[in-house]
Design a protein around this ligand. Structure first.
Ligand code: HEM
Length: 217
């Protein structure tokens, strides 16, 4: 059990770091178009062409898979235990809705990631679907892919609304990850709780607002 929880915690922390980098890069999208297009496309090209980032990308895919698989195993285990155990029923009183529904939140985020990868990654990296053009510097026009997707209000709402479960999942998940890794005395818990809340709010609001800003451009 501890091994499974540690894998979830370590892969989860790695995914949290990825999200900070991903949000920072996506913030370029809110800049005026003449600046944003060149910057976003050259950043994206540099990443795709770097051998180091290619390795990091494989670690990222593996982390998503391991995180989801081990979380599923633990959720199933807990379900089985919950139906029998009195002590777990007592824990229920002290836990939040998010902590009791991490599996559901996780599946929602996984579905989001599948749609998201089909929207961007499959087109840009695998060359699937409509061909992506080049900008005036000769870089793959990832900005245009993003811009045209977020001209569709349904996608804007889809991306923004699903940042609510992402925020709830990150808030509880980050706290849990630190606790699994041994930070659970009172003082640390208070700090970790605050950091997790601030982190989750920045991620959910940041990722949630970008599609609207691009839509309104
Ligand atoms: C405003 C919201 C977002 C935008 C505009 C956005 C944009 C993008 C783009 C353009 C790519 C392809 C990058 C490339 O290959 O050059 C990408 C990849 C990816 N995104 Fe997002 N993203 C957003 C939110 C998210 C969120 C919330 C998650 C996770 C919960 C996420 C997870 C990923 C993953 C795992 C990849 C594949 C990484 C890779 O292989 O390089 N994205 N995103």
């Amino acid at each position: 059990m501890f091994f499974k929880k540690s894998i979830i915690a370590l892969t989860g922390l790695f995914l949290c770091i990825f999200l900070i980098v991903h949000l920072s890069a996506n913030s370029i999208l809110v800049l005026p178009e003449e600046m944003a297009r060149g910057l976003y496309n050259s950043y994206s090209t540099t990443l795709r062409e770097s051998p180091l980032i290619k390795v990091v990308a494989y670690v990222l895919y593996l982390s998503i898979v391991l995180h989801a698989v081990y979380a599923l195993l633990i959720t199933l285990n807990n379900r089985r235990a919950k139906s029998k155990s009195y002590s777990l029923n007592r824990n229920r009183e002290n836990s939040t809705w998010a902590s009791q529904n991490m599996g559901l939140l996780g599946i929602t985020i996984l579905l989001f990631i599948v749609v998201h990868l089909a929207n961007f990654w499959a087109r840009i990296k695998l060359g699937m679907g409509e061909e992506v053009g080049l900008d005036t510097d000769g870089n793959v026009d990832v900005y245009e892919v993003t811009y045209s997707l977020f001209q569709n209000i349904y996608y804007v709402c889809f991306y923004s609304i699903l940042m609510i479960p992402l925020g709830l999942h990150l808030h509880h998940g980050l706290k849990s990850a630190f606790m699994t890794l041994g930070f659970y005395n009172r003082k640390w818990l208070r700090i970790i709780s605050k950091v997790s809340l601030i982190y989750a709010a920045i991620m959910a609001i940041g990722f949630g607002i970008i599609p609207f800003i691009v839509f309104l451009k």
